[in-house]
Design a binder for this molecule. Structure first.
Ligand SMILES: [Zn+2]
Length: 456
């Protein structure tokens, strides 16, 4: 049952608007925030026996909104897993666990960009109707792709569906698929505007739709009030997508001046989703990632940081998305991380980064002015943490520092222990780990060659 009333007192309030943290109180009435600061104390004084929560030494802030998640991928280590190892039933069941895991990590809302077997809508409705517990969700269905494919190149078929994608051939199939997705209840249409060929990797990602096709998607979706999100890496892709009417640009790592102008002119927002690269770059050694790969990602972040900062300062809303769903961005662990990347690599202040991870995230959730800030009248989606995220953002990644997660005025049980998870048959592709060459063994043994200990 939601709390009727609750007064959170003596808290360090970070309201998500970018304003400086301040000491004070917050009054919750049912599913909403009734008042913040002095007004909360005054309003509470007029009520009988309002339950009080003493938050001395703690911070209260809006719940995290993760603007880029794949909740049905179950920490996939690569395309192989997504394409050939997942089954619809098991993908849905594991997603239920992972969705709750995100909630208990402080995520009160997320955008599921695309999903295996089109499961997003069902998961969202299961949450909405109380069948399962989870954050607020906005969902895409299958990502639209042409036969050129996205990041998986020739592994993608020319027609039909594969994993999280539907190949569309020409206008008729585009129109049919967009209408189908709108009918089943998708909140966004997700399009792989760019894709790459493995055999032409050095040329970067190509725009794989014609401008006319991109316009068809946007016009049709917008007729039904549905926005469109596009995976776009290159500058040209960002520009043509904005001009075609895209509302959300994912990645945008090669933005240039004309692309930035197009973003501003057409009022699209961006979701850099750099956590994937940042995790591999900084922590990849712990999982024996290749230094070459780490270097590629290091360059991608360094090379895009200046333009992201410029876009942010120019007024392009920037949303935090963590790409949770892959083995380098597992659910529950890294939802604060994009904010840290924005601070450390792009140069945002902690308060600016927090507003990207809360207030701006509401854009991806399609709940602008309803969630994402602690203001009177907003839904009471908030977290209480031991520490001050406006000084040290990493406290948001510490489960032991999380004191409360509240969703629509309802406090979430953070004490429930999930059953221990064991490997599932045929679910993972990395059973044996890295390729076990003799030189790796030799390295691990401090230079002793294989068989080198034996005396002959
Ligand atoms: Zn993604």
């Amino acid at each position: 049952m939601p709390n009727q009333n609750l007064l959170i007192q003596n808290a360090n309030i970070i309201d998500g608007t970018g304003a400086a943290a301040r000491k004070g109180s917050l009054l919750i009435d049912g599913e909403r925030i009734q008042a913040v600061g002095h007004a909360a104390e005054t309003a509470a004084a007029r009520l009988d026996n309002v339950p009080r929560f003493d938050a001395s030494g703690l911070s209260v802030m809006p719940g995290l909104i993760d603007g880029h998640v794949h909740c049905t991928f179950d920490d996939a280590a690569g395309h192989d897993e997504l394409f050939y190892h997942r089954r619809p039933g098991m993908a849905a069941i594991t997603a239920v666990r992972n969705i709750r895991h995100m909630l208990t990590a402080g995520v009160t809302g997320f955008f599921d960009a695309d999903s295996l077997f089109d499961l997003g809508v069902d998961l969202k409705e299961a949450v909405q109707s109380g069948v399962i517990e989870g954050p607020r969700m906005a969902v895409g269905g299958y990502a639209l792709m042409t036969s050129v494919g996205g990041a998986a190149g020739r592994l993608m078929p020319d027609t039909g569906t594969m994993a999280y994608a539907r190949m569309v051939r020409g206008k008729d199939e585009i129109v049919a698929e967009v209408r189908r997705q709108i009918k089943i209840g998708c909140d966004w249409i997700k399009v792989h505007v760019t894709g790459s060929f493995a055999h032409r990797r050095s040329e970067g990602e190509f725009v794989t739709f014609t401008v006319e096709e991109l316009r068809t998607i946007c016009d049709l979706a917008h007729d039904f009030g549905i926005p469109v999100a596009g995976h776009c890496r290159g500058a040209k892709a960002i520009k043509v997508a904005c001009e075609a009417g895209f509302d959300q640009i994912i990645h945008a790592t090669q933005m240039d001046e004309p692309a930035l102008e197009a973003l501003l002119k057409h009022k699209a927002f961006i979701v850099p989703a750099l956590t994937f690269q940042a995790n591999l770059m900084e922590f990849g050694d712990a999982i024996h990632a290749s230094p070459v790969m780490q270097d590629i990602f290091r360059k991608e972040i360094a090379g895009s940081a200046k333009m992201f900062y410029k876009a942010f300062k120019a007024g392009v809303p920037m949303v935090c998305g963590t790409e949770s769903g892959f083995s380098v961005t597992p659910y529950g662990d890294w939802h604060y991380r994009e904010m840290e990347v924005f601070i450390r690599h792009l140069g945002l202040t902690p308060l600016e980064a927090i507003s990207c991870g809360t207030r701006s995230g509401a854009l991806a959730l399609r709940m602008k002015d309803q969630v994402g800030t602690l203001e009177a009248g907003r839904l009471a989606d908030l977290i209480v943490v031991d520490g001050d995220p406006s000084r040290d953002i990493t406290v948001l990644g510490r489960r032991d520092k999380l004191r409360m997660v509240m969703l629509g005025g309802k406090s979430i049980d953070l004490t429930r222990v999930e059953p221990e998870r064991k490997p599932m048959a045929e679910w993972r592709t990395h059973d044996f780990g890295r390729i076990l060459t003799q030189s790796i063994v030799q390295q691990a043994r401090g230079g002793t060659p294989v068989g080198g200990n034996e005396s002959h």
